[in-house]
Design a protein around this ligand. Structure first.
Ligand SMILES: [Zn+2]
Length: 100
């Protein structure tokens, strides 16, 4: 085998290895991106479900307007107090106890 043939063989081997490495890195990058997209999707769905759970009762009816204040039933101060249409104010716990 001449030296030129050896060189050609080595170059072909080297190019093959480089192409293989490029494919592997491409696949890893694609998998990593897909994983991040999936995680983002799951987090967004969880956040949306949390917002929905805060705004709507389990039976689908919306909660009344909410603001920070004092519950008229138990007297506690809360970051979330429901302002009912009849003017009374209830914390989440008392409201859910009243509504059943
Ligand atoms: Zn209360």
């Amino acid at each position: 085998m001449t030296q030129l043939e050896m060189f050609a063989l080595n170059m072909r081997l080297l190019i093959g290895i480089l192409v293989f490495l490029a494919l592997v890195f491409g696949l890893l990058f694609a998998a990593w991106t897909a994983l991040k997209m999936w995680k983002f999707h799951v987090q967004r769905r969880r956040a949306e479900a949390e917002v929905r759970a805060r705004k709507y009762r389990p039976d689908g009816r919306p909660y009344p307007p909410v603001a920070a204040g004092i519950c008229e039933q138990c007297g506690g101060t809360f970051a979330e107090v429901f302002h009912l249409p009849n003017g009374t104010r209830r914390c989440r716990r008392c409201y859910e106890k009243d509504e059943g």
